[in-house]
Design a protein around this ligand. Sequence first.
Ligand SMILES: Cc1ncc(COP(=O)(O)O)c(C=O)c1O
Length: 370
Amino acid sequence: MIYLDNAATTFPKPQIVTDTVLDYLTNCGASPGRGGYDSAMQSSEMLFECQENIASLLSLPTPERIVFTKNATEAINAAIFGIIKDGDEIIISSMEHNAVMRSAHECTKRGAKLKIAHANEKGKVSPESIEKLISDKTKLICVIHSSNVSGTINDIHSVARIAKKHNVYTLFDLSQSAGIIPINARDFDMLAFSGHKGLFGIMGTGCLYVREGINIKPLLYGGTGSYSESARMPDFFPDIFHAGTVNAPGIASLSEGVKFIMHEGVYEKEKEITRYMYDLLSEIPNIIIPGERDRTSAISVVLKGFDSVGIAEKLNSLGICVRAGLHCAPLAHRTLGTITTGTVRFSPGFFTEKSDVEFVVSSLKKIVEN
Ligand SMILES: Cc1ncc(COP(=O)(O)O)c(C=O)c1O
């Protein structure tokens, strides 16, 4: 099998990640923050360690303000519904995943106004186009760091500067960039990302980061293991967002995944394999590859005259795993001009070999020629 769907979830995981899950389930297994016995304390310690590792990877100043969610979608929902109220405005880019688009759309049903900043045909949104949409009612700007369709990387540092100037919060979706490109997120307001993609955690992991000073409502209410006598949720992090038992084996895996990234220096290899695949694919006649060459590892293609799903099915019959269609991002496809065709998305990862890429591209060439 050649797995090229790392933009959906990374596979395989580093061996240490798999071993850690087994080790946690075999030798610890306790619920963190819920007991004073040794293994429960060990479990709580593991959560802190994971926060510290993520903070270190992304240069975040306050590890305790990283909360664990079940995926990026939950983190995005928590941020948007925790901030936006009736009468507020929310600005999103036209490259957003449905996790942002549908949540923002739901806000409009609850009395908020949605504005969309249109990206160019390469999928890049200009910070100036966002600035033009800001009004005195704008509360939040949500921008995808890197597209899950075209891999296009947005200049979120400039967006953050503009938002700060206008006293507006930002939420950046790092699902396709965390662990894939170096990020210094020190000055950002809010971040959401999956743990199971570039960070190599297992499925069921994600994170929300909320910088110090931002008041936000929790998405869920319930037991946290702290201040149990009170009818209110604790107002401190991470407990404010940790109602119910967290996915401790998943968090243990995420912590090891992040350590793996820091030790292995994965960025260069991922960039190189993506560029290698992009260049080989570009040589196929009648292929369209929306986006820029410099990108994260989502390479979506349209082969003129061919159905995307049909191509993915043919590749599957050769043991090649790719995704076809709209990738939960119809807004992005409208922007890139691929809404009617959809795309076949190749997303290589750290464990993809050049020989895999060569086999896939030559198979694709044969499919097109025949
Ligand atoms: C850019 C982007 N945002 C959000 C998500 C949702 O991630 P999750 O499945 O972890 O909720 C994805 C998943 O593909 C994504 O690519």
